[in-house]
Design a protein around this ligand. Structure first.
Ligand SMILES: [Zn+2]
Length: 526
């Protein structure tokens, strides 16, 4: 659990108005890089010396407020900013950054009164001492300075028969909205700027042109044959997202029958089938598993060195393999590597992929080393209704666990997505608990209802499972072991099967899905 995180009801800080020019990064003065920041864009001249792209320290100094000192006696160059320094030695393709040596593709070269350094100096050395974030994207000819969100957006254009499919890879995953306006489809990303890769293609009857527009919009100019579109999300690697935008022709009826789609090569990952049926064949088509923690956030740690982030990733991967192979249900992980992922981002993966089930896995609940056993958390409307919202409005950053305990809990007041699914989440929690109980020891309070931040924004049935406690020595040893993980995976798999069967049965008997619960704020199914 995120027990160490203290919640911040940080005020929403409105981003400063960005005055970036409506110019794609590709349109730059030849032989230069474009530096983008909240202040705007500037060009950083570069030139090729012996096949190596170099830029001048004088230009860098002016742009990033660096002090450059040349020490003739020591035959060294010192580049400083914010009280930190880099030492360069003429003739050596190296930089010393706070005593650590980093390699450069070429040595600094004197040119008149200044020095030329390879452009890689920016990310390999300067970024390490700069008080503001610096990122060189050499292939995009960009240097990003500061906290700008500049997702890479790569578009593939496939024309097949009377349809055009645009496959849009967005990295990192970025929220977006779609709009259709005056003969154009606009994909507006929640970002400051796009770093686009837009292919060249012959203008067609459906799609005439693609362009990136300021601040962060991908525009599709539609041709006379256009009649409609559908957008879906396909599985993507790591922290990326893949949108599949099918532009449909007036000559085909919408909904379209299964047609040339099958004849063209699909994107590497299977696209989500367009949901044209009013009644999908089953209630559970996509599951998102969320291995907690990751990156520098290790979560709980056992005395023997096992970390929560490793244990939950291992269980998550095995669970994915089991569910996919036995049930054929599309199963995604919020992280498939040892990387940090924000709490809201985890929920966003589930929401953006229209998951039907969200399982967040942890293994380190207890602050008391003697407490052990598995615990299942779900949200309850009653629990986070009036009381939680009053506290949130009063700015009280911590809440006791409902039903006992005093762990700090993150709650959010502005997003009640989970409220619509509270009943189904409670059912899922009960089924998970039942299956775990028959295989592994449970904690004294095996089901707890609490408004956990990672669950609150989830727009589907969602539970958080503490698989056990790594702080308990006996349990830590079990948790790291194969047999115990297998038991956990079997329990979770079986719970998913039962949950699916229950939903399918209630749907077939006329039970409604997504029925709003009285009192809950309606949530747009974006
Ligand atoms: Zn945890």
């Amino acid at each position: 659990l995120q027990s160490r995180r203290v919640i911040a009801f940080a005020a929403l800080i409105l981003p400063a108005v960005i005055t970036l020019l409506a110019q794609a990064p590709g349109e730059r003065p030849a032989g230069g890089l474009t530096v983008v920041s909240r202040e705007g864009r500037r060009s950083l001249p570069t030139r090729s010396v012996g096949g190596q792209e170099m830029t001048s320290l004088a230009d860098l100094a002016a742009m990033f407020e660096l002090a450059v000192h040349e020490d003739a006696l020591a035959d060294g160059l010192t580049v400083s900013t914010g009280g930190r320094s880099i030492i360069l030695t003429p003739g050596q393709p190296l930089a010393s950054v706070g005593g650590r040596l980093v390699s450069l593709p070429a040595a600094p070269l004197r040119e008149g009164r200044t020095w030329l350094v390879p452009v890689e100096f920016i990310n390999r050395a300067l970024a390490l001492i700069s008080p503001t974030r610096l990122e060189l994207r050499r292939d995009s000819r960009l240097v990003i300075a500061g906290d700008l969100r500049v997702p890479r957006v790569a578009v593939r254009h496939d024309a097949a028969g009377a349809e055009v499919r645009l496959t849009i890879d967005v990295s990192p995953r970025t929220a977006y909205t779609m709009a259709q306006e005056r003969g154009r489809l606009l994909v507006r990303f929640d970002a400051d700027l796009l770093d686009p890769r837009v292919p060249a293609f012959e203008p067609g009857l459906l799609v005439e042109a693609l362009s990136a527009e300021a601040p962060a919009t991908l525009a599709v100019r539609l041709g006379p044959g256009f009649s409609g579109y559908r957008v879906s999300e396909a599985a993507a690697q790591g922290n990326a997202a893949r949108l599949v935008l099918d532009v449909l022709s007036a000559t085909i009826n919408v909904p379209a029958p299964e047609r040339p789609v099958a004849e063209r090569p699909p994107p590497e990952a299977a696209a989500t089938p367009p949901s044209l049926d009013p009644q999908p064949p089953t209630s559970v088509r996509t599951i998102v598993i969320d291995p907690g923690h990751g990156g520098e956030d290790h979560g709980a740690k056992s005395a023997s060195g096992a970390t929560e982030k490793q244990v939950v990733l291992s269980v998550a991967r095995r669970l994915r393999a089991t569910i996919e192979s036995r049930l054929g249900i599309r199963t995604l992980l919020t992280r498939d590597a040892d990387v940090a992922v924000g709490l809201d981002e985890r929920t966003a993966v589930a929401n953006n992929n229209k998951a039907d089930v969200f399982l967040s896995l942890h293994a380190g609940a207890s602050v008391l080393p003697t407490v052990a056993g598995a615990t299942v958390f779900s949200i309850s409307l009653a629990a986070y209704g009036a009381a939680a919202q009053q506290l949130a409005a009063a700015g009280v950053p911590e809440l006791p666990v409902f039903g006992g305990g005093s762990r700090p809990i993150e709650i959010i007041q502005w997003d009640l997505a989970q409220a619509r699914h509270a009943e189904r989440s409670a059912l899922l929690a009960a089924l998970v608990e039942e299956q775990l109980r028959s295989r592994v020891p449970m904690s004294q309070r095996p089901i707890i209802e609490a408004p956990l931040r990672v669950l609150v924004g989830a727009n589907m049935a969602a539970v958080l499972i503490e698989l056990g406690s790594l702080t308990n020595a006996v349990e830590a040893q079990r948790l790291a072991g194969d047999a115990y993980q297998t038991a956990l995976v079997q329990a979770l798999h079986e719970a998913v099967v039962r949950f699916r069967d229950r939903l399918d049965a209630s749907r077939d008997s006329g039970g409604g899905q997504g029925r709003p619960i009285a009192g809950a704020k309606p949530v747009e199914a974006r």
